[in-house]
Design a protein around this ligand. Structure first.
Ligand code: KG4
Ligand code: ZN
Length: 340
């Protein structure tokens, strides 16, 4: 069984191949040109996906020693994401599937992240607690099996990645915010400034908007409206912000591990690349004697390996789709079940 995965939801074009259960290619073309605009420009992103997807497919097949006629299944991200960008990958996937007369599986990008731990040698065990932290989503879930996902909580405002990106911008670090903020925080004292963590009604919900505002107030009070931050002060500020994000996330993870019977814990999504968050979740795993699965960095950010894996699982579970599958810009509200 040779499976193609296609991912194009944001600023990474990616094509992957899973051949007889083994990942043989996971090629990712990152659109670095957005840097000069300080963020992703949707239309430019769509055009770049269009340019990259065919050469990436050719290279991925070559790397896997396969021809187009060897493909048995095509899986493509259908959303959530920038709608024009999603449409490029999904439409390409549909056309490819149609032209070789093979099935197409549209994949929910967030579900791709949720199961990305299975790309690792050491895999999560069901049921597992899954913390999804990406640029657009922050979700705490119980993954019971391949088809049943229970939502414990989510962010009521900004996503964790969005908070990293916005604070990085405020502090003059630019785009992409997350990795730049982490690099700055590495030399700082995370306990220098105690930024507040939101207290929320929903016991597993998150909020990062207040934290973002309190960083902005701190910067304005100490460095004026222009926010000219001396180089020597910046690491303590970024480390303290990062520490507040870690506290906000881990408080809910710890509570969920205590109150739910899970076998393992998985941290996924672009922000799962963050060292401080990775270390903190490992500590919780040790404290409660649970296996922790955090994918390698190449499977944290957007990639097609997770899309191929998820699409294949859906197909193996008897899910069938037709070529009229729609692209969707945001996560449909009923995507994950609420606890009874
Ligand atoms: O999953 P992802 O690649 O795209 C979405 O599906 O949104 O996540 C991208 C997010 C961005 O907000 C980026 O700043 C953040 O992940 N990110 C990080 C790090 N690397 C990427 N945030 C914190 N620390 C990092 N090392
Ligand atoms: Zn993503």
């Amino acid at each position: 069984m040779n499976v193609i995965g296609i991912e194009s939801s944001c600023d990474e074009t990616s094509v992957a191949v899973i051949s007889n259960g083994e990942l043989t290619a996971n090629l990712i073309a990152s659109q670095d040109f957005h840097v000069k605009y300080g963020g992703v420009v949707p239309e430019l992103s769509s055009r770049a996906h269009l340019q990259m997807v065919v050469p990436l497919l050719k290279d991925a097949l070559k790397k896997s020693g396969l021809k187009i006629s060897d493909i048995d299944l095509v899986c493509a991200t259908a959303g959530p994401g920038l709608i024009g960008a999603v449409l490029v990958g999904l439409t390409f996937g549909k056309s490819l599937a149609y032209s070789i007369d093979k099935p197409l599986v549209p994949v929910n990008h967030i579900e791709g992240h949720i199961f990305s731990g299975f790309l690792m040698e050491e895999k999560p065990e069901f049921p597992y607690l899954c913390l999804v932290v990406s640029g657009g989503h922050t979700l705490l879930l119980i993954v019971k099996n391949d088809l049943e996902i229970i939502k414990l909580g989510s962010t009521i405002d900004d996503a964790a990645g969005e908070a990293f990106d916005k604070v990085a911008k405020m502090a003059g670090l630019g785009y992409p915010g997350g990795p730049k903020l982490q690099a700055s925080a590495e030399n700082g004292n995370p306990k220098k400034i105690i930024f507040p963590v939101a207290q929320l009604k929903g016991e597993y919900d998150f909020s990062f908007s207040g934290l973002k505002t309190s960083v902005l107030r701190y910067l304005e009070q100490n460095y004026g409206q222009e926010r000219i931050i001396p180089d020597e002060d910046l690491p303590d500020i970024t480390a303290s912000f990062q520490d507040a994000v870690v506290r906000a996330l881990m408080k809910k993870v710890e509570k969920a591990v205590k109150q739910n019977n899970v076998k393992s814990i998985s941290l996924v999504g672009g922000v799962a690349a963050n060292k401080a968050i990775r270390t903190a979740i490992e500590k919780i795993g040790q404290k409660f004697n649970k296996k922790v699965v955090v994918p390698d960095i190449s499977y944290c950010g957007d990639n097609a390996a997770m899309i191929a894996y998820r699409g294949l699982k859906l197909y193996e579970n008897g899910k069938r789709f037709n070529l009229s599958a729609n692209a969707f810009p945001s996560l449909p509200p009923d995507t994950f079940k609420s606890p009874k």
